[in-house]
Each structure stands twice: as C-alpha cells, then as structure tokens.
Design a protein around this ligand. Structure first.
Ligand code: IMP
Ligand code: MG
Length: 179
C-alpha cells in the first residue's frame, strides 16, 4: 500500500488517479449533454480546484465555454473553521449567465452556499455545482450538488488539488490520513 508523510501526518492511498479521471470524464459528458447551447462560465474555486478545472475542461465541448476563478478559504489544518473568507473576488459580469461552480471538495457545504449567494446577488442565471469529491455525512447545509465524481467518508484527504497545510496538492492520486 502506498504511504506518504506530509508535515506530521501519514497518509495512505485511497483512490488512484485512473479511477478519478474516469469519473471526471463521466461528469464532463453529463455537462456536455445538459448545458449544450448555454455558453456556461465555469468558476473554479481556488486553490484546491485548479487540477479538477484543468481535467474537467479538457473534456468539456460546450460551445461558448469560459473559465474564471475565485478564491475562498474555510479550512485550517485538517478541519473546517466554520467561516468562509473571500480571498480573490469574482470580476466577470455574470448577469443572466449559466455558472458552473467547480469545487475540489464539498465538506460542510458552507463554501458552496456562500458562493451561490454571491452569484445570486450578482443576478447570475442558472447556477449549478460540479464537485470532484464530496462527503455526504459532513454536509450541514441544504444544498443540491448537480454533478459529483466520487463520494467519500469523513476522513481527511490530500492529493488531486487538496492539501494539508499547503502540501500534497500536486499528487495525482488521493490519499487519506492514517489516524
Ligand atoms: P466546506 O466549505 O466545508 O464544504 O469546505 C470545502 C473546502 O474545504 C474544500 O474546497 C477544500 O478546499 C477544503 N476541504 C474539505 N475537506 C477537505 C479534506 O479532506 N482535505 C483537504 N481539504 C479539504
Ligand atoms: Mg476548495
């Protein structure tokens, strides 16, 4: 079993890159089918979503696709702070547009709720969510995830864009903490 160490913690392989890439390709096909003709703006949530945005968008063929990013933070170490801070704001006009929020991970759901509210205040048209990973047992907010690749248990994970205090984002596989 592949094991790695980041800072003070050990992690073990949870999901290999090939499995993740297959699920991303499936979600891209769903998006191609559902959003045809909508000229969607994909809004990546930095830092964690950089790799998912890159992988997903390579398979999205919807005409008029655009990409932008916002940056929010809600995690410190291995747990959520319960607060969402805006670090880089949105600078596109989203009035009437279909916006796809692209998240690496939905945990409590607070970041998504926060971003949906921001987009509604700016009068976006249809707002949908694409999440690479989500933790169904951790979601505390009422919310709909329109596109999801892989459901996880509540363990803390790294890789594929997700970090432990800055480390592990570049790993192509997903690792879970050994407790
Ligand atoms: P939420 O607002 O609680 O849904 O948290 C979402 C954000 O927290 C994600 O976009 C990640 O950046 C971060 N996060 C949640 N769970 C993990 C994890 O297991 N490992 C690393 N980061 C995580
Ligand atoms: Mg994130």
């Amino acid at each position: 079993m592949k094991r790695i160490k980041l800072h003070d913690k050990e992690f073990v392989l949870a999901i290999d890159a090939g499995t993740i890439e297959r699920e991303i390709a499936r979600v891209a096909e769903e998006i191609n089918r559902d959003l045809a003709g909508e000229r969607p703006l994909f809004l990546g949530v930095l830092n964690g979503a950089f790799m998912f945005v890159s992988d997903l968008l390579k398979s999205v063929t919807v005409e008029g696709t655009e990409v932008s990013f916002v940056k929010v933070a809600s995690y410190a170490g291995t747990s959520s702070t319960g607060q969402v801070k805006d670090l880089i704001a949105l600078n596109e006009d989203v009035t009437g547009r279909t916006v796809v929020i692209v998240e690496d991970m939905v945990d409590s759901g607070r970041s998504i709720v926060h971003l949906k509210k921001m987009l509604e205040e700016r009068h976006a048209g249809k707002i949908v969510v694409a999440a690479m990973f989500y933790k169904p047992k951790a979601i505390v907010q009422e919310l709909t995830l329109d596109y999801t690749c892989i459901a996880l248990e509540n363990d803390f994970v790294v890789g594929r864009g997700l970090d432990y205090d800055g480390l592990g984002r570049n790993l192509p596989d997903l690792y879970q903490v050994v407790s």
